[in-house]
Design a protein. Structure first.
Length: 98
């Protein structure tokens, strides 16, 4: 591995279920039995068609906000609400309600 190499996880922000329903690949929590192939301590960059974020050295709340920013726009509000409900995003990082 290169000393100055960078690790990228590249993915489509959504997928379609068997019944053609669009779902987000960026989720607040993994389901029981989901396999993690790259731990969060190693993940640096994540890219979707909506952008690239650098997660290295970020807190869980900051990571959540950054991942939400590259999720499909149709899912961002729901992801943020779920992350706030699960206290993944601390109050200091939450959006102000309009």
């Amino acid at each position: 591995m290169s000393k100055e190499g960078k690790a990228f996880a590249c993915l489509h922000s959504t997928y379609k279920t068997k019944d053609s329903k669009m779902e987000s690949r960026i989720v607040p929590c993994l389901k029981y039995g989901d396999v993690v192939t790259v731990p969060r301590s190693i993940t640096s960059y994540v890219a979707t068609e909506y952008g690239v974020v650098n997660l290295k050295g970020r807190s869980c709340g900051e990571r959540a906000k950054l991942l939400i920013s590259i999720a499909h726009p149709d899912f961002r509000d729901e992801l943020e609400r779920e992350a706030e409900e699960k206290n993944i995003i601390p109050k200091a990082l939450r959006r102000r309600k309009r």
